[in-house]
Design a protein around this ligand. Structure first.
Ligand code: FAD
Length: 470
């Protein structure tokens, strides 16, 4: 018998429930990827995500190719494509891993019903989360809106992780008509992707490599190191998690095994790191239960907030890293160059946009959507609404990050600032942390003056917040 396995945001062979089930039950397995970007409308993958996807598909094809198979790549409406493939392969079953973005759920529901009507057995499996969003509820049976009780419940339920090994099909079926990956047109026409290329290895092997590096070193100092943007103090697994090249269960298994092998005195405390993965789960829980939140405030009170008028010039200065505020500019340039930004700097850059410039958080969310290699509808929505103060369990609005204090505290020798603002590298750290005292020195290096006064713009933001009806 023959089964199709439909790959989507699960571009891995190991710990892949759909693939494993198909390989166990069938002689022949046809792995398929259907390129259908309009399926994700209005959140079609941005430019950096498309770059990643191209390379991740290539990596998966390479893995399957090494076993004599291939990822059958096609573009078009999923139902039509699948019907053609079922006809050509004689498949009687389809397996896939579930997703939880609103558009994806809607698409999968329609697909499942139509295929079942055709007489095809459709099996969906748990995908790349510890816990699917509909499996946790408060004692009153409601979705969670606050992280700490959510995490307490999830943490208590986490089983000892047992990720599945990569399965091997008895026969990987190959059919004619599979497209070359380049035919999907995912790579940019103007090659701005050199920085991405130098920073990342998309695919399952790249994910495992980063996990090894993190487990060897940074995890033991994560609670402190995670806040220092100059260091590789975090795992940088976010794009790999987004594309499903690695799962939380695999990460937890590796870290726990490594910790168990280290002497009891050096045994790292894994809790702070697992808790961050918990935020990812919480973000998916929220997106599932409140599917309107990529566009609308989670807290409707903020519908009355007076944002400043959209200012294309200000937005462009922020996007290009030319605001004149060093930590914001360093972060925005890191993002442009590598497709990633350190979490602390994301918070500072987002606070500057939504509070000091009072531009709507959606402007920031859509720029991040286009430029982040880890752009993720659940995490990006949570991150922006959290900083803007209008989200679930958000930072209180009056918490306005001071980018100078943040830089002095978390980048004391200005190593991060100097890496991303090379024109300022010859200045002493103090000049960068107190840039307002040294306007001439910074201007002489071609660095712009601050586009707003931080104190006055903060006061204006707080006044707008205070004017909101309770
Ligand atoms: P680590 O510190 O190693 O954490 C491990 C994993 O936990 C991450 O890979 C990620 O999957 C998850 N995680 C960590 N912090 C958070 C968090 N605050 N919220 C949700 N999940 C988290 N993350 C994305 O993956 N995609 C986004 O589009 C995204 N947009 C953001 C926008 C804003 C304004 C902010 C403030 C944060 C955003 N984040 C987003 C969350 C966070 O910044 C990144 O997940 C993190 O920086 C990724 O680096 P890492 O893999 O080294 O993280």
């Amino acid at each position: 018998s023959t089964a199709l396995v439909l790959f989507r945001q699960d571009l891995r062979l190991s710990d892949n429930a759909a693939l494993t089930a198909a390989c166990l039950a069938h002689e022949r397995v046809l792995p398929v990827y259907i390129h259908a970007p309009s399926e994700h409308s209005p959140w079609q993958p941005g430019a950096a995500s498309r770059w990643w996807l191209h390379h991740s598909l290539q990596a998966l094809r390479g893995q399957l190719g090494a076993q004599g198979g291939d990822l059958h790549l096609i573009a078009g409406a999923p139902l039509d494509c699948l019907r053609d493939l079922i006809r050509a392969s004689g498949a009687t079953e389809i397996h896939w891993n579930r997703r939880c973005e609103p558009a994806a759920i809607a698409g999968d529901t329609v697909l499942k019903a139509a295929l079942r009507e055709d007489g095809i057995a459709v099996h969906s499996h748990a995908g790349g989360l510890w816990s699917e969003p509909w499996t946790l509820a408060t004692d009153a049976g409601q979705p969670y809106r606050v992280f700490t009780p959510y995490w307490r419940k999830l943490r208590a339920r986490l089983p000892d992780p047992a990720p599945l090994p990569a399965p091997r099909a008895r026969e990987w079926l190959r059919l004619p008509g599979s497209l070359p990956t380049a035919a999907l047109g995912l790579l940019p026409a103007i090659r701005w992707d050199a920085g991405l290329q130098a920073s990342w290895t998309p695919g399952e092997a790249g994910a495992q490599e980063l996990l090894e590096i993190f487990a060897d070193d940074a995890v033991s100092d994560y609670a402190k190191g995670r806040d220092l943007p100059a260091r590789h103090g975090t795992s940088r697994l976010s794009p790999h998690l987004h594309f499903g090249e690695i799962t939380p269960a695999q990460i937890q298994r590796t870290l726990q095994d490594r910790a168990a092998r280290s002497g009891s005195r050096q045994r790292p405390d894994l809790e702070p790191y697992l808790r961050e993965l918990g935020w990812r789960e919480f973000a998916h829980h929220l997106l599932y239960h409140f599917p309107h939140t990529p566009e609308a405030n989670f807290n409707p009170r903020f519908d009355a907030f007076r944002w400043a008028e959209t200012d294309a010039l200000s937005l462009e200065r922020w996007q290009r890293g030319r605001t004149g505020i060093p930590l914001v500019d360093a972060g925005m340039r890191e993002l442009w160059h590598t497709g990633w930004m350190h979490n602390r700097v994301r918070m500072v850059a987002a606070s500057f946009l939504t509070k000091n410039l009072r531009q709507h958080w959606r402007h920031g969310a859509s720029w991040f959507w286009d430029t982040l290699v880890d752009a993720d509808l659940a995490n990006n929505t949570l991150g922006w609404q959290w900083v803007a103060g209008c989200g679930a369990d958000a930072a209180p609005y009056f918490r306005v990050f001071n980018p100078y204090l943040q830089a002095a505290r978390f980048d004391p020798d200005a190593a991060y600032l100097k890496r991303w603002l090379p024109e300022l590298a010859s200045l002493p750290a103090k000049a960068l942390h107190e840039a307002w005292r040294h306007p001439a020195a910074l201007a002489a290096k071609g660095y712009p003056a601050p586009m707003v006064d931080l104190g006055a713009s903060r006061d204006a933001a707080l006044a707008a917040w205070g004017a909101m009806p309770a």
